[in-house]
Design a protein around this ligand. Structure first.
Ligand code: OAD
Length: 252
């Protein structure tokens, strides 16, 4: 039984593109068992409003509550594994690079699953829940001393540690954002996968690529909340569609 039939123009564009850029959102990790932000309104977020937790003010008011909420999410992430969609994006990167092309994966996700799957050039626009940083001096750490009274303390200055993720009202990492902008402006094909396209500045990237003449492919479950008006728009689960798409492109 064959997979989905792809528009030959899309496959031709993917085969000849010297630069491919991908933007992912929480929908790519949904099949790894990690609730998305909008779906999670009935899950992780049901008991809290985002403003109650994911802001510097919330951490300043109640560091223990914010730390514990992220510790719970980090534990879920650490028990999750990359799914077929993550792995297909590794395959796509290999195909594009094997022919001398450039490939950039921009993610809004903080779960680290793209890197765990083997993606090389990942731009984490919203940070990574597996890392922490000091709320006072900003020092980043991958490990920390456990404590009976969380949050743990910074080894350098003794300040409180927080997750190394972008909170509401905070600026994004300047280097990652700059590189993402360039990757969107310079690509010939831009894939927007599993994102509602509601949060800036990530949501502007597909429009930037479109203005620069790129072919836009949007893969999402909810075609209502998709990113920029795509040239190609496929309503499907990322973990099912992406392996078929990469397969349709032919060997690396
Ligand atoms: P959302 O939860 O807003 O959107 C996830 C999208 O993925 C929705 O449009 C779903 O329909 C779609 N989806 C769900 N399961 C899918 C699947 N298996 N395959 C394909 N699509 C699927 O998550 P994001 O767009 O990532 O920011 O949210 C963007 C940002 O909003 C997050 O990074 C976070 C939040 O505020 C910060 O924390 C700074």
């Amino acid at each position: 039984m064959g997979g989905p039939a792809f528009d030959p123009r899309l496959i031709a564009a993917l085969r000849r593109a010297s630069r491919v850029t991908v933007l992912t959102g929480a929908g790519v990790s949904a099949e790894s068992g990690i609730p998305t932000f909008r779906d999670a309104q009935t899950g992780l977020w049901a008991q809290f409003r985002a403003e109650d937790l994911a802001t510097p003010e919330a951490f300043g008011r109640n560091p223990r509550l914010v730390w514990d909420w992220y510790a719970m999410r980090r534990a879920a992430v650490q028990q999750s594994a990359p799914n077929a969609g993550h792995l297909a994006l590794v395959g796509l990167e290999r195909i594009v690079k094997a022919r001398g092309g450039a490939f950039t994966l921009i993610t809004q996700n903080v779960d680290g699953l793209h890197a765990a799957a083997g993606s090389q050039d990942v731009l984490e626009l919203h940070g990574n829940i597996r890392r922490v940083k000091c709320f006072d001096c900003g020092r980043i750490a991958q490990r920390w001393e456990p404590t009976e009274d969380p949050p743990p303390r910074c080894a350098l200055c003794g300040g409180l540690l927080r997750p190394d993720v972008v909170w509401f009202g905070e600026v994004l990492p300047a280097g990652a954002l700059r590189d993402a902008w360039v990757a969107a402006e310079e690509c010939e094909v831009f894939l927007s996968i599993g994102t509602s396209g509601l949060v800036e500045p990530a949501a502007s990237l597909p429009r930037l690529a479109l203005r620069s003449g790129a072919v836009i492919l949007t893969i999402n479950l909810d075609v209502e909340t998709r990113a920029a008006p795509p040239r190609f728009d496929i309503q499907a689960k990322a973990g099912e569609l992406l392996p078929a798409l990469v397969g349709a492109m032919g060997p690396a």
